[in-house]
Design a protein around this ligand. Sequence first.
Ligand code: SAJ
Length: 440
Amino acid sequence: MSTKDDLTKKLRDKTAKIAILGLGYVGLPLAVVFGEAGFHVTGVDPDKRKVDSLAKGISYIPDVKTETIEKLVSGGMLTATADFSILKDMDAVSICVPTPLRQTGDPDMSFIISAMDELAKYMHKGMVVVLESTTYPGTTRELLLPKLGVDNGLVAGEDWFLAFSPERVDPGREDFTTINTPKVMGGITEACGEVATAWYEGAIRIVHHVSTAEAAELSKLLENTFRMINIGLVNELAIMCERLGVDVWEVIDAAATKPFGFMKFTPGPGLGGHCIPIDPLYLSWKMKSFHYNARFIELASEINTNMPRYVVNRVMEGLNDHGKALKGSKALVLGAAYKPDIDDVRESPALDVIGLLRQKGAEVQYHDPYIPHIHHEYDGWKMDSVPDLMKAVKDADVVVIVTNHKQYDYEAIIESAKFVFDSRNATGKLGKNSDKVERL
Ligand code: SAJ
């Protein structure tokens, strides 16, 4: 029996030993899905706190219930370790590590490289490796293939199997989770794709097998670039509507009545999160090495990046209309998270809005029910969420709604505020009809 057939058999009958490198919001749900499907899974992460928490049967990811972890750990289906040497006994390894951007805007591949360097020490014949981290097209073939295969004298597609499968985890979402979200899979060779697909089909309902790793890498970038560019379009529309004296929210709602050929996006104070503002820049960065300028991505990114400044300028103009200068005014920012009703502040435009208000001399406070403290990574300032929201609303010269958490009572806020700038249309008709409120 060939190595491929032997490994495929172990994957199909679930006797293959599985390792998940990186136990974050992608890796831990994936480990659970494989464990619940009947595979023996070892989670590997250098963060001892994660390993210790899992060893006690305790989840640290909101989307993964502690009782789920407790059941898998006590049933012997899931173990966790910070010791990479266990990889020598593994048949299948999935790499789920972060791929952020550096401050320069270039991809930060350090997490993939360190996971790959560790795995390279333990590579052996009869392994399948799947990279899940969102990255530029070519990463799997250019980075992992040489380091894991060639340097170990292993031939991909014969001795071992290498593929890419983009993660599609949307933290907090309950309708589409790891097990029921279709998974794209593309191999370095056809045989690689077949083995990796056989593995994932043992746990995930739909695996969509594409011809190459590059096709899989690019499909993920298309998904999130599509979002980033369309958000940029409606952000520019908001700027144009303000010049035209037209209500952008009314325009978008009207367009959204079209039952086909249109998808609603809404303008806002900028793009946050660890996916949408970042993933497209992996593609534009790669294209530079082909001497191609991905203009759509660059332009949309420029518009989105400028939105915090646009919001602050609109606040400044609004205060001016109230006979006040921004300098010396009290500004209260509502919502620091990057999107409503979550506690994630990564890349949040709120940090930029606050930074710009401070730069212009405003006395800035913020409130966010999910985020008690914030700090600016580069500018170094730190702030605590104000304890008494309505007192802060009353005291402020301007309330800037940056993240429209559902739990705010916008009617009461309008009632108590002197002036509200609403960058999310959180106040809706109330805001539209109030002379105290300006909307994006
Ligand atoms: N945003 C807008 N206008 C919009 C939509 C979003 O300004 O119309 C802003 C949000 O406020 C946020 C940023 O863009 O600051 C990103 O928002 P998002 O809704 O795209 O949420 P994310 O970053 O959590 O994106 C994730 C992605 N999931 C994965 O990459 C697996 C994305 O592909 C999903 O489509 C998205 O969740 C989702 O739909 O919830």
